[in-house]
Ligand binder design. Structure first.
Ligand SMILES: [Zn+2]
Length: 149
């Protein structure tokens, strides 16, 4: 299980290598993605809180990267953070997500991105529920859900 200490170390010293990489230019992503998805995932935007129904959906399934379809989170790790953004306590696989120190807006936070295509997902915070104590705060627009069969 990933802990806050491990995440700080990854953000500082470098992330797990991804199984593969998907690389496109900003122009190519812009042509592929809806405008709001492009703004969030490629320009590091943030959707308005409570803008998505996905915050309160807890049915089984898998959440994949909207840009490259990599599996990022399992619905088993989703919880109701009441923050207005979909929230998870762990990624589906340790190397699915990369962690970057983010010093924007006068704060020091840990940005989370898809480790395969570098899509901006959101941030991770050390105020989640047990046992990991992590809260992955993710823009709903950066995820697509595949319902379990
Ligand atoms: Zn991706």
């Amino acid at each position: 299980m990933l802990t806050w200490q491990t995440i700080l170390k990854l953000a500082k010293e470098g992330n797990h290598p991804a199984k593969k990489k998907v690389t496109k230019s900003e122009r190519e992503w812009q042509a592929l993605l809806p405008e709001d998805v492009f703004r969030i995932t490629r320009l590091k935007g943030t959707e308005r809180p409570f803008s998505s129904q996905a915050c309160t959906v807890f049915t089984p399934g898998e959440y994949h990267c909207v840009c490259c379809n990599t599996l990022l989170f399992d619905a088993n790790e989703k919880f109701d953070s009441r923050s207005g953004w979909p929230s998870f306590t762990q990624p589906a696989e340790v190397e699915a997500i990369a962690y970057l120190a983010d010093h924007s807006h006068g704060m020091t936070r840990v940005e989370i991105v898809c480790n395969v295509c570098d899509a901006h997902l959101g941030h991770v915070f050390p105020d989640g529920p047990p046992s990991s104590g992590l809260r992955y705060c993710v823009n709903a627009l950066s995820l697509v859900k595949n319902e379990s069969e």
